[in-house]
Design a protein around this ligand. Structure first.
Ligand SMILES: [Ca+2]
Ligand SMILES: [Ca+2]
Length: 306
């Protein structure tokens, strides 16, 4: 009997050790968090928003040519969504208005989706990791086989500029200009922060586009508000998903807007755009799996100053 017990204990210990080894060595054994931030802290017109005070700053940066030249800009005070707009928030809009997004309309069904290439042959070739996927839309951001079930708190993606304008209008809000967005992202910092990959943001660790080690806790998009807020209380201004602004990207055909902040796909070896001063064009009618948005309410819109 004693021998049996000893043998059983040994088997159990071996199984535990093997389990621990597997857990530590499995490449994507990351905690799957579906919620990081619960609901708005206030109600009414400013629910879920924070006040961004007026200020003057030196806009732009000098890592990539499109970021310069640096110049002085002034922003008036405004309220801003403290997180990227979520699937649940967008769903409330669709439920109320029966709005059909661009990527769901007949003849246009589909969106651009990031697909991790299987080998290193895709390095340097954008077409190897961006695919136009029929059936991809905000409800199925990775394609028809994917869903937002259980992902209420994730940022809504795969929307065009027309779609986000419709949402903002329904909320009685507006979209930020590039200057307003950049001013808010700096969190009042008078000097441009350094160019290092940020630690408090969902970006990409490893060799883009083939190895995302997820050291920041997420290989892929994260629920909103998982990383430390900036000095104004804004979450994920840098990283997670890019964010639309209202400004046209000059001299771009077809017509495009400026997007800001970088995304979970930004890595030092490919796209160091996890900075407030970074920018990129996004075509107005392109729905993409790594671009989201947030809205603002200007002090001039209503009696909105704090
Ligand atoms: Ca990440
Ligand atoms: Ca973001």
């Amino acid at each position: 009997m004693r021998t049996v017990l000893i043998l059983a204990s040994l088997v159990a210990l071996t199984a535990l050790a093997a389990g621990a080894y597997w857990w530590r060595s499995a490449p994507h054994a990351l905690p799957t968090r579906l919620v990081c931030l619960s609901g708005p802290t206030s109600s009414g017109a400013h629910a879920g928003m924070v006040w961004i005070p007026a200020g003057t700053f030196e806009m732009g940066d000098d890592v990539y040519p499109e970021e310069g030249p640096r110049h002085r800009e002034t922003a008036a005070g405004f309220w801003m969504d403290r997180t990227e707009v979520t699937n649940a928030e967008f769903e409330a809009f669709v439920d109320a208005t029966h709005y059909v997004t661009t990527a769901e309309r007949p003849g246009k069904e589909g969106a651009a989706v990031f697909v991790m290439p299987s080998g290193d042959d895709g390095l340097g070739d954008v077409s190897k990791w961006w695919r136009y996927v029929p059936g991809a839309n905000w409800r199925h951001p990775g394609g028809p086989h994917t869903s937002i079930e259980g992902r209420d708190h994730f940022p809504v993606v795969a929307l065009t500029y027309e779609d986000i304008q419709a949402y903002a209008k329904w909320k009685g809000r507006e979209l930020p200009t590039e200057a307003e967005w950049e001013w808010a992202a700096r969190g009042g910092a008078s000097r441009m922060p350094d160019h290092e990959q940020p630690k408090d943001a969902n970006t990409w660790q490893g060799v883009f586009p083939i190895i995302d080690t997820g050291e920041d806790g997420f290989a892929g998009v994260a629920p909103v508000g998982c990383f430390k807020a900036n000095a104004y209380g804004l979450y994920d201004m840098i990283g997670n998903v890019w964010e639309w602004t209202a400004d046209e990207y000059r001299d771009h055909t077809p017509k495009a807007r400026v997007i800001k902040g970088g995304s979970y796909l930004c890595a030092p070896n490919y796209c160091m755009r996890y900075r407030a001063g970074a920018r990129q064009p996004e075509e107005d009618d392109l729905a993409t799996s790594h671009v989201g948005f947030r809205t603002i309410l200007r002090a001039s819109d209503r009696a909105a100053a704090p």
